[in-house]
Write a protein that binds this ligand. Sequence first.
Ligand SMILES: Cc1cc2nc3c(=O)[nH]c(=O)nc-3n(C[C@H](O)[C@H](O)[C@H](O)COP(=O)(O)OP(=O)(O)OC[C@H]3O[C@@H](n4cnc5c(N)ncnc54)[C@H](O)[C@@H]3O)c2cc1C
Length: 341
Amino acid sequence: MSLDIESDVPLRALNTFGIEARARRLVRIRSARDVRQVVDHPELGRAPKFILGGGSNVLFTKDVCDALVVKMEVRGIRVVEDDARATLIEVGGGESWHDVVTWTLAQGFGGLENLALIPGTAGAAPVQNIGAYGLELSDRLESVDVVDFVTGRSATLPAAHCRFGYRDSIFKRELAGKSVITGIRLRLPKPWVPVAGYADVERWLQREGIGQPSPQTIFDAVCAIRRSKLPDPAQWGNAGSFFKNPVVNRTIRNEILEEHPDIVSYPLEDGTYKLAAAWMIAACGWKGQDLGKAGVHAQQALVLVNRGGASGADILALAHAIQDSVRRKFGLTLEPEPVIV
Ligand SMILES: Cc1cc2nc3c(=O)[nH]c(=O)nc-3n(C[C@H](O)[C@H](O)[C@H](O)COP(=O)(O)OP(=O)(O)OC[C@H]3O[C@@H](n4cnc5c(N)ncnc54)[C@H](O)[C@@H]3O)c2cc1C
């Protein structure tokens, strides 16, 4: 099948912020072969490209996206290995991440339940090493299938080569826009061990009287907590956390602590500290506040929302105002989590 190149495509339904933008040209990728067709195309091969999954971690700031939008739609999910030590699952890059989590649970495989309800595609999950409630994708990822946008060559990158960090990977840096992730492999270890140490999860399980959690009860806990805290993009356009939690060394953390003794921080294994950006934003008085058509969610100050008809520039203006406040009060610059296009 030859490539179907769509022109002047509305992107509003393809990004969870609900920003009105259009793609000058868009192609849908349903196999690694489609990527090679783009690479070999006399014109598209050389064009700048933007890979779009579910659009849940993107802020479009221009009315028209001039780069070729490459929409990831590779499907498929299957068990490739299942032995006493682990289950290995292979997933197409265009599958919905949450559907992957529910599919594994329905098959009786625990291990992904802490990452339930994270919007977006399986192919984008390694890009920022999605994480929530004590688990990151890198804890379960075996390897990533990529196709190079210059040579059209396919390769499989083992997880150890992906340079995973906190909301970070090689795909956000060296390989950004250069490689398209067509599939991933997940290793779910046996026996299943719950990851239930996160305070909110612990509290929920206690309240429900669950002493011995199962993959399903942790899934239920995570879904209930997320639904109570995070705005549904169908109601308020958003991209989840808009800022990363800053990671600082002990000296900086102690300096900030002297002036702001209530600041929420978590020690990390390498001796650094993660500071709660939501706490800092709230301390600057932004929680629940609006700037034009963009706002800060009243239940979770890390989430910026489209109050209706906001442009990408409106969201960005609010983000900049928050960054200025936090810089003035705490001397730190908050780094945005979504990709700004
Ligand atoms: C309500 C809400 C809650 C959220 N909660 C969390 C959370 O708890 N934890 C968390 O980590 N994130 C969270 N997010 C952010 C988002 O869900 C994740 O980052 C998700 O992985 C993005 O997937 P996507 O398919 O929508 O990617 P997109 O937004 O389409 O793309 C994101 C980036 O990845 C690149 N990309 C996408 N697909 C590919 C591919 N196949 N190959 C190469 N590059 C690609 C894009 O070019 C872009 O740079 C949340 C978002 C929302 C809206």
